[in-house]
Design a protein around this ligand. Structure first.
Ligand code: PBG
Length: 333
């Protein structure tokens, strides 16, 4: 029988040769950050309907969920607070009150996992009564009040133990305000700033807004998030944030914005660039796999590899636990 089991093309006919062409796009645990949602109700654990397989955890469930992930090699975490019971108000009072779930979780997370790098999302939308990312006065964002408040919130997270504060609010001057408030408390040597700089006004955040209970009660976020069709605004805000000395920057969402990732990487090759694979991307991949379009490992590996190829250094993904498991079997992916 004349059977051919392999088609051979010179140049990359074995695995080592193929890997040589992909060395700067590999995925290791350092290339992943895991986002989690912590609730103000200690004993509750709730699945997020629009993100099958992803939960919001009360503080009493966090350790048993994270232990195996840390054991699999987790390097960094991104923490979001969600309030169901605490009241919301115009200034997002509970963003940094002692009852805030992030403020309560941080000292415990640091005690349980001293080696883990912990980032906290800094935004007002989960805590304001109108669900906007800044403080609203007469139906307008008041930028000055907003960045002052964001500086206070970032400082509270830093004092509670965060290694990284990550403002996702898209306010003008947010990085300077946060850096100044950290500097006043001499925290700049211990805490750095990851800016969600190039954050587009995307429909792919839909499931997150269910998860964090933070949809705007009127209007939308188009006055402070980047219009989908614009690469020039993305460039401008990244330049602004780097000028204000953010330590790391981000493009969000991921898969549809890889041209922006490449543009930013070309213009700023020396600053770590994060990509947020957002909730709607998680859901899209989940449903494609359910529908038999591709296998999770094959589909996700191709997407992550493409993100690395475009210039992303770290990918924030809800799929982190399973990717770490795969990496234990085959590292790097
Ligand atoms: C809050 C914030 C959002 C996300 C991260 N931080 C939602 C938004 O801006 O509307 C989205 C994350 C995701 O969709 O997974 N400002």
């Amino acid at each position: 029988m004349n059977s051919i089991d392999k088609v051979i093309q010179s140049g990359y006919f074995n695995d080592t040769l193929r890997q040589w062409h992909c060395l700067n796009t590999q995925i290791t645990p350092f290339n992943l950050m895991y986002p989690i949602f912590i609730l103000d109700d200690m004993d509750l654990k709730e699945e997020i309907k629009s993100m099958p397989g992803i939960y919001r955890y009360g503080l009493n469930h966090v350790k048993s969920m994270l232990d195996p992930v840390v054991e699999s090699g987790l390097k960094s975490l991104l923490v979001f607070g969600v309030i169901n019971k605490l009241p919301k108000n115009q200034h997002g009072k509970h963003a940094d009150s002692p009852e805030n779930p992030v403020i309560q979780a941080l000292p415990l997370l640091k005690k349980w996992y001293p080696e883990l790098t912990i980032a906290c999302d800094v935004c007002l939308c989960p805590y304001t009564s109108d669900g906007h990312c800044g403080i609203v006065e007469n139906q307008c964002i008041d930028n000055e009040q907003s960045i002052k408040r964001l500086g206070e919130i970032a400082l509270s997270y830093a004092l509670a133990g965060a290694d990284i504060v990550a403002p996702s609010c898209m306010m003008e001057g947010h990085i300077s305000a946060i850096k100044n408030s950290l500097m006043k408390e001499k925290l700049l040597s211990r805490v750095c700033v990851l800016s969600y700089s190039a954050k587009f006004c995307s429909v792919f955040y839909g499931p997150f807004r269910d998860a964090a209970n933070c949809s705007p009660s009127f209007s939308n976020r188009s006055s402070y998030q980047i219009p989908v069709g614009s690469s020039s605004i993305a460039e401008r805000v990244v330049n602004r944030d780097i000028h204000e000395s953010c330590d790391m920057t981000m493009v969000k969402p991921g898969m549809m914005y890889l041209d922006i990732v490449r543009q930013i990487k070309n213009n700023h090759p020396n600053i770590p660039l994060f990509i947020y694979q957002v909730s709607g991307e998680y859901a899209m991949i989940h449903h494609a796999v359910q529908g038999g379009v591709y296998g999770l490992k094959e589909g996700l590996t191709e997407i992550l590899r493409s993100m690395r190829r475009a210039g992303g250094d770290v990918i924030i993904t809800y799929y982190t636990p399973i990717i770490l498991k795969w990496l234990k079997e085959t590292c790097p992916l």
